[in-house]
Design a protein around this ligand. Structure first.
Ligand SMILES: C[S@@+](CC[C@H](N)C(=O)[O-])C[C@H]1O[C@@H](n2cnc3c(N)ncnc32)[C@H](O)[C@@H]1O
Length: 304
């Protein structure tokens, strides 16, 4: 099934959502995404009827304002996107710069939406003053407004009346999780970009603080799934997580690395997810059972 995905976003998990979802409990009260971005996993979980409620959070305020608009005012945001998309025609480059200036002055979500649809690799970048400074991808006009409208309405239907949207630090969000919830975390890649990740809004997530947050989740027996490190061929990235956390590690084959393909090499990228031990108990899974349930060559089990 093709899942709706209105917000183009570098680092989105839309392509591997189907491999992550089998590790979610059949039912949960609230699915909490403290690093939501384009919320690919919450969208997939909502389509699969896995949770009754959703909490989407991201430190990027304009992004979460955009999420609020998409969920609560789909018509308005779809019309706004169409207007900008049509207006740009014949003067695309200049128009992009004008909208970027307007966004930096007003932080209006419709401008961010247009910028994400048009910018290089759908990748948010900010300068030292906190201004959006990514360039346009001059080969693309941005997604067609009719297709965009369909996806906007589809996710609005999925989340309307059952999603809480916030824009705070991830630690404030996981503090409120209960044992009936599931927390799915996809923090900015450390190891690749360190703490000064220009791709995102904040100064990254500090490793030591993140480990403390994981420890607190383990202590409170909250179920969680964490997308964390990975490897391309034999090159791994991401600092190792402490064994004491007792997490199960699963590798997902995310396909060919585009960067390496450009260099004439063809190595696959593997992304790792970690399951908390309480989640594994809740799923009542053993390594063997998991392999049977998932039944996919894309997944390699490597329990820690
Ligand atoms: C890898 S992206 C998540 C992508 C997401 N899984 C998706 O499918 O689109 C990481 C996100 O973490 C957010 N972020 C960075 N630091 C944060 C913090 N301290 N608290 C909450 N969110 C943060 C970034 O703005 C970014 O959107």
């Amino acid at each position: 099934m093709k899942l709706p995905h209105p917000i183009p976003y570098q680092g989105s998990k839309r392509n591997i959502a189907k491999f992550i979802l089998p590790f979610f409990p059949r039912q949960m009260e609230t699915l909490i995404e403290p690093f939501a971005g384009s919320a690919a996993i919450s969208i997939a979980a909502a389509c699969a009827g896995k949770a009754s409620r959703f909490h989407l959070n991201d430190i990027n305020k304009p992004l979460m304002t955009l999420w609020r608009s998409i969920i609560n005012h789909p018509e308005e945001i779809a019309d706004g996107y169409e207007r900008l998309w049509v207006e740009q025609q014949g003067r695309e480059r200049r128009y992009y710069d004008q909208i970027r200036d307007l966004f930096n002055k007003t932080q209006e979500p419709q401008y961010l939406f247009y910028l994400l649809a048009r910018c290089v690799k759908a990748s948010i970048r900010y300068n030292a003053k906190g201004e959006f400074n990514q360039s346009p991808d001059n080969r693309r006009l941005g997604r067609n407004p009719d297709q965009m409208k369909e996806d906007i309405f589809a996710v609005s239907n999925l989340f309307h009346g059952r999603a809480k949207i916030t824009s705070v630090d991830y630690r404030d969000v996981i503090d409120s999780a209960t044992k009936d919830d599931l927390v799915y975390m996809d923090p900015p890649y450390q190891g690749v970009c360190g703490t000064d990740d220009p791709r995102y809004y904040s100064n990254g997530v500090k490793f030591e603080e993140f480990i403390l947050a994981l420890e607190s989740l383990v202590r409170r027996r909250i179920s969680f799934v964490l997308s964390y490190d990975g490897r391309t061929g034999t090159k791994t990235y991401g600092k190792q997580l402490p064994r004491e956390l007792g997490l199960g590690r699963i590798e997902i084959n995310a396909g060919r690395s585009t960067q390496l393909t450009l260099l004439g090499k063809s190595e696959n990228t593997f992304e790792a997810i970690y399951l908390s031990s309480d989640l594994m108990n809740r799923l009542e899974i053993t390594e063997k059972e998991l392999a049977r349930q998932v039944g996919s060559k894309a997944i390699q089990l490597a329990f820690a």
